[in-house]
Design a protein around this ligand. Structure first.
Ligand code: PLP
Length: 427
């Protein structure tokens, strides 16, 4: 499986060996590591990236879904350069943060907005805000959902046994004893937890589960979760770190459901770090000195703010979404044709500019169904894609993303390579 990879990526291997002497596993985020060694990239432009061996790849990972504007987008680059000439960080509130807050308020139908830099920080703060507002301790999350790498929510992301399982070493039981786990797309499991527990202050979810590939959401289930939460005074948090930038008004807008708090991140700042905690005024008003702590040196820094304003106002327009969704649909139907022609157990899902494939007879609807997929076949497919110059997605639990810079030719090449890769995986 790795033959071509070894031959094509010698310099990545050399860098990996050097990196491991100083950076654990040679990577700055565990999720960038894969066996036998990860790729080391040096440059990206539009829909493409280049590695240290000079290999060119059409990139459908796009920084784990960040770069809907494409790599090194010209409009973002110019704005960030101009912003930097004025300042990169001011240490006081940046005047244009208000402009960005207004854009977010209108686009995502929220009352108030606070900025952080990453999805992890924003979900962590959203939980604190919800607890302070509800004055209740317990929180519910869903199995297989990922909300960043802080302790309270790094639970049952990829459990290998029953019960409440921390998804990292170093998380004390005491820290997660107030985190309860429900099954995605299963309202009964959610209802049971509410029946059996008191003191539940918040429920957090990815409205479309995008850390198990891309699991479709049953609308009745999602509506049920929101309604039951309202009845029981539980604050509803949609973690739209990934979904927020994939439709004009995110998944909440798409489903026409209003959570109490939305967390938005990844693609909204065109490649710069910026995340948003947004919600109803009465809830967001708990934040402030002497009340709920929310801080961050880099929060709403001029570079990220200016990048987000141009990304949302000038780049991620209705036309841009039309383009990304249309190409994504072509990719989805191409994969479905490959599945049918090759007679392999392969299921395909899509939502907007993103989609995923599973080596499984049907699309999974929960974590328990997801882990039945054949990940060995996925590995063969992945390395066969890399060796043909396509990064299809970052891992078996990830999804493709289309940017405004992808072309029909990129999709055609992706499908041609996928056809070869899936045939290889079948044998
Ligand atoms: N929430 C979701 C749904 C995510 O997918 C991620 C990252 O992939 C995060 C939160 C964490 O975001 P970050 O990596 O910016 O901390």
């Amino acid at each position: 499986m790795f033959e071509n990879y070894y031959a094509d990526t010698i310099n990545s291997k050399v860098l990996y060996e050097e990196a491991t002497t100083i950076i654990p596993y040679g990577v700055s985020s565990n999720y960038r590591f894969f066996d036998p060694y990860p790729l080391y990239l040096k440059r990206g432009k539009g829909s493409k990236v280049w590695d240290v061996d000079g290999n060119e790849y059409i990139d459908f990972n796009l920084g784990f879904g960040v770069l809907e504007v494409g790599h090194s987008n010209e409009i973002v680059a110019e704005e960030v350069y101009n912003a930097f000439k004025e300042s990169s960080i001011l240490g006081f509130e940046y005047c244009k943060a208000i402009e960005l807050a207004k854009i977010i308020k209108k686009r995502y139908n929220v009352d108030m907005v606070r900025f952080s830099s990453t999805g992890t920080e924003a979900t962590m703060h959203s939980i604190r805000i919800a607890r302070a507002y509800s004055r209740k301790k317990k929180i519910i999350k869903f199995e297989g959902h990922y909300h960043g790498s802080h302790d309270q929510l790094l639970v049952n992301v990829n459990p290998t046994k029953e019960g409440i399982v921390p998804s990292s070493l170093g998380i004390p039981e005491e820290v997660i004893k107030n985190t309860l786990i429900a099954e995605w797309n299963n309202l009964e499991s959610f209802e049971k937890i509410i029946r059996e527990n008191k003191d539940i202050g918040a429920v957090i979810m990815e409205p479309i589960a995008m850390n198990m590939g891309l699991i479709p959401t049953k609308l009745d289930f999602l509506k049920g979760v929101v309604e039951l939460s309202r009845e029981n005074n539980i604050v509803v948090i949609f973690d739209e770190t990934k979904t927020g930038g994939k439709y004009n008004s995110g998944a909440a807008g798409y489903f026409n459901l209003e959570p109490d708090i939305k967390v938005i991140g990844k693609s909204i700042a065109g490649g710069l770090p910026l995340s948003v905690i947004a919600g109803k005024k009465e809830i967001m008003s708990v934040i402030g000195p002497g009340k709920v702590a929310h801080g961050g040196t880099f929060n709403a820094n001029p570079l990220s703010v200016r990048a987000a304003i141009v990304t949302l106002e000038k780049i991620l327009t209705e036309n841009a979404f039309y383009h990304m969704h249309r190409l994504s649909e072509i990719l989805e139907s191409g994969y479905k044709d490959i599945a049918e022609d090759s007679k392999i157990e392969l299921s395909v899902t899509r939502w907007g500019p993103s989609g995923s494939i599973y080596f499984l007879d049907k699309v999974p609807m929960s974590y328990k169904e997801f882990i039945k997929a054949d990940f060995g076949k996925w590995g063969t497919y992945f390395f066969a894609m890399l060796s043909q110059g396509v990064i299809p997605m970052a891992g078996f639990n990830e999804q493709w993303t289309i940017s405004i810079k992808h072309s029909e030719e990129d999709i055609r090449k992706h499908l041609e390579c996928a056809d070869n890769a899936i045939k290889l995986a079948k044998n």
